[in-house]
Design a protein around this ligand. Sequence first.
Ligand code: NAI
Length: 325
Amino acid sequence: MKVAWFDTEEWEKEYLSGKNPNLEIEFFKESLNENNVEKAAGFDAVAVFVPSEINASVLEDLDADLVCCRSTGFDHVDLEKASEEDIDVCNVPAYGGTTVAEHAFGLILSLSRKIPEAVEKVEEGEFDHSGLRGFDLKGKTLGVVGTGTIGQNVIRIANGFDMDVIASDPYPKDGLEEELGFMYVSTEDLLKKADVVTLHCPLTDDNHHLLSREEFELMDGSLLVNTARGGLVDTEALIEALEKDNIQVAGLDVLEEECYVEDDIEVMGDLEEECDPKLILEDHILMNRDDVIITPHNAFNSIEAMQRIADTTIENVENRENTVN
Ligand code: NAI
């Protein structure tokens, strides 16, 4: 079976070489779009990343009857047209369950032990402890909002730190409290009780600005981490909460307006959306604060997560798994 692998990164060539002798993979650095669809001529399947634009015109001209997205999102593929053309489209539904959880903990530890400030101090030639006293996680209460794949991995890690864990979820999972050793509470109670709050739920129509003025009022000097979606947090209200010490420090991998930063593969398809100048300004206010650390939507970005994507894509090509149309 011949596969055309577009949007290739150098490491993929070596990683995939000899992995499956039944597949003949040809690598293309460029993205696939209507201007270069002839490159895919004669292939049985194409594997693409989010910069490829698999529109109706590409699908009409494609020899392959299988498009494998090396991402969770598939907004860059015209699914309706693909079905019309009898082309299967598949995706990678899960790749970062532990990866994002580890990043969330990276942010928690960076804040609790003031690691970025400590590094900065040494780089400036200062080798003393002033202003760098942090706090232990052992015995503190962690509030996990969302107990899906990532939230559950965060709970497992927190257990290793001897933290007390509480969690909220509109769809609590039977038996999970006993299995992982935590307690479900309402989001309101979680915000009142947790020393550290970490968000791991999707952004939906119902939970936009899940944390806004009213919710921040419930918090008393908490550490907040958001690796989920920027829209879960009202940025203006967060700035006020930091001023009023309802939030002591925040670690954010996601911002409300991300049109100027690279996004994770799950949502890169949404990048075309209009940017809101007010939100961009507020994000910049956050970036300039000493009590906020920000990473550029990078929680998903580990070697192993990328390898899982490549592995799943190969399985998808071979077995037509994870089809989305
Ligand atoms: P999942 O679908 O396995 O779990 C989500 C959980 O959140 C479910 O248990 C659901 O019932 C719960 N939930 C829904 N609404 C809620 C609410 N209002 N309050 C509390 N819980 C709620 O999702 P998974 O894989 O754990 O991912 C969580 C989120 O992480 C994703 O939706 C995505 O936004 C984000 N993410 C961020 C990445 C990054 O690079 N920063 C990469 C991958 C995912």
